[in-house]
Design a protein around this ligand. Structure first.
Ligand code: SF4
Length: 427
C-alpha cells in the first residue's frame, strides 16, 4: 500500500467551494468527536472515483507542525478574512475509513446528508485520505463502467422487457441513480439487485431509502410495488445462467426489509433453482425474522448479509428503532444460516472511534465467537457523525484502539474470518 513520505497538509474550501491546501498545518482526523493527528501509514492516495465534499457551517481543524497542537481555522489563513469551510472525502466503494474529517460545527450548520466523511489532506501534488482498500474485487471500481455501453445495453433490455416492472425499476436505478449493482445487471455480469419490499420493520436513523423526518433527504426512492415471483425470475434466472461470478441479491438501498416479502421471495427462489443451480442467491437484510430466514435457506438461499451498526444491544436499538425485533433475533438468524451450513456476512457499519471503542470491540468479539459468521464487510457508516453519536447516545469508554490496530486484532483472533466490502460469489 502506498503512503505519503511526509505528513499531508490541511485542506479547506472558500465560500465558493474552491479547495486549497494550507502547508503550515498538518491534516487532522476525527475519531468519534476527538481530533487526532493521523499517522502517515493511515493515508492512501484518494481512490479514483471518490468525491470531495465541502462541509457547510463547519470550520476545519488541523495540527500545528511546530507544537503539535490541534488548531481551529475559522477564517481564510491566507488573510482575506473570508469565512472558510471544512472538506471531507467520500471515497469510492471498497475503501474503509480509518479517521473521519476533523472540523468544528457552528450552531446554525445544517445536518450533513447521508454520506461518509473521511479525513483528507494534500501532499506532493495530490489528495490523500485516511483509509485502506478493504476488498480487491473490482465490481464497483469507477474504471469498470463505460456510460455509452451502459446506456445502449440498458435501453435494449428495457425495450425487450416492457412488461417486467422490476426490470423497468432497475432501469431507473441504473440510469438515474447510477447504482453500480443495477449497472452490472444491465452489463450482464457479477452481482445483480432484486429489490422487492416497499415496507420495513425498522426505522433506522440513517435509512437511505426513507427519511420520514424530512430533516435529511433519502438518497434514493423506495420501490413502490412488490414484484411477482415471475418478474423476479425474469431478472434472476438469465443472470445466474450467464453472468461471470454470478450473484443475485435481495435487499437493496432502494427498498425496505425483504424479509417482509418472504412468501414471494421463497416462491421465486424455488422457481429459480428449478431452472438453474448456478451462481449465488444472496439476501441483504436486517435479519430481524429468523423463522423467515429458515424458510428461505430451506428453499435454496445461499448467503445472508446481516446489516448491523453495533454488536451492543443499546446502540443497535437506538439506531434501528426496531418494530418487534431485537439484536437477539438478528443473532438467531445467523445461527439458522450456520445450522444450515450456509454463508453469512456481517455488513458492519464502520465509524472510527465507535467501531474501535473497547466496549464495541469486546461485544463484536463475543458475537463472532458465539455465532461464527464467515465474513465481515467493512462498510463506512453513511451519516452525519455528530448526528449518529447523539442518536445512539454514544458513551465513549476509554481511548479507542485505532482502526488499523482494531483490524489487526480481529484478524489475529479470528484467522478463519474473511474481510471484505462486497458479497462474495460462493458457488
Ligand atoms: S432496515 Fe434498511 S430499509 Fe429498513 S429502515 Fe433500516 S436502512 Fe431503512
Amino acid at each position: 500500500m502506498i503512503h505519503p513520505a511526509g505528513q499531508p497538509s490541511l485542506v479547506f474550501a472558500d465560500k465558493e467551494g474552491n479547495i486549497t491546501d494550507f502547508p503550515d498545518l498538518h491534516a487532522a482526523g476525527m475519531s468519534a468527536g476527538d481530533v487526532v493527528l493521523p499517522a502517515k501509514e493511515d493515508f492512501i492516495p484518494l481512490p479514483a472515483g471518490s468525491e470531495l465534499f465541502v462541509l457547510p457551517g463547519r470550520f476545519p481543524v488541523g495540527y500545528d507542525q511546530e507544537n503539535g497542537e490541534a488548531l481551529l481555522v475559522d477564517e481564510d489563513p491566507f488573510g482575506s478574512g473570508d469565512e472558510i469551510q471544512a472538506v471531507a472525502a467520500f471515497m469510492s466503494p471498497a475503501h474503509t475509513a480509518v479517521l473521519n474529517s476533523a472540523y468544528q460545527t457552528t450552531e446554525k450548520a445544517p445536518r450533513l446528508p447521508l454520506f461518509a466523511y473521511t479525513a483528507v489532506g494534500w501532499y506532493d501534488g495530490k489528495f490523500w485520505t485516511t483509509a485502506f482498500r478493504s476488498d480487491d474485487d473490482i465490481r464497483q471500481d469507477a474504471d469498470q463502467f463505460d456510460q455509452q455501453t451502459i446506456n445502449r445495453k440498458t435501453s435494449k433490455k428495457l425495450e425487450k422487457h416492457k412488461e417486467n416492472r422490476l426490470i423497468q425499476h432497475l432501469g431507473k436505478c441504473c440510469l438515474t441513480y447510477g447504482c453500480p449493482a443495477a449497472r452490472n445487471y444491465f452489463l450482464g455480469r457479477w452481482e445483480a439487485p432484486l429489490p422487492t419490499s416497499p415496507t420495513c420493520n425498522a426505522r433506522c436513523i440513517g435509512c437511505i431509502s426513507l427519511q420520514a423526518s424530512g430533516k435529511c433527504s433519502a438518497t434514493q426512492d423506495r420501490i413502490q410495488f412488490v414484484p411477482t415471483a415471475a418478474e423476479i425470475c425474469g431478472v434472476a434466472i438469465p443472470h445466474l445462467q450467464t453472468a461471470e461470478k454470478a450473484i443475485v441479491s435481495f435487499g437493496q438501498g432502494c427498498e425496505g426489509e425483504p424479509l417482509l416479502q418472504t412468501d414471494t421471495i421463497e416462491r421465486a427462489i424455488k422457481n429459480i433453482r428449478k431452472k438453474t443451480d448456478r451462481g449465488t442467491i444472496n439476501l441483504n437484510s436486517n435479519a430481524s425474522m429468523p423463522d423467515s430466514v429458515k424458510r428461505l435457506v430451506d428453499s435454496g438461499l445461499n448467503s445472508l448479509r446481516v446489516s448491523i451498526n453495533s454488536a451492543q444491544e443499546t446502540y443497535h436499538t437506538n439506531y434501528y428503532r426496531p418494530q418487534g425485533f431485537s439484536l437477539q433475533d438478528v443473532c438467531k438468524s445467523i445461527q439458522v444460516m450456520k445450522n444450515a451450513d450456509a454463508f453469512v456476512s456481517l455488513n458492519y457499519f464502520i465509524l472510527p472511534g465507535v467501531t474501535d471503542s473497547e466496549n464495541e470491540f469486546n461485544a463484536l468479539r463475543k458475537l463472532l465467537s458465539t455465532f461464527k459468521p464467515d465474513r465481515i464487510q467493512l462498510r463506512n457508516l453513511n451519516m452525519d457523525p455528530e448526528w449518529y453519536l447523539r442518536s445512539i447516545a454514544f458513551n465513549p469508554s476509554v481511548k479507542p484502539l485505532g482502526m488499523r490496530h482494531w483490524l489487526s486484532e480481529i484478524k489475529h483472533e479470528f484467522p478463519e474470518l474473511q474481510f471484505g466490502y462486497y458479497n462474495p460469489s460462493i458457488r
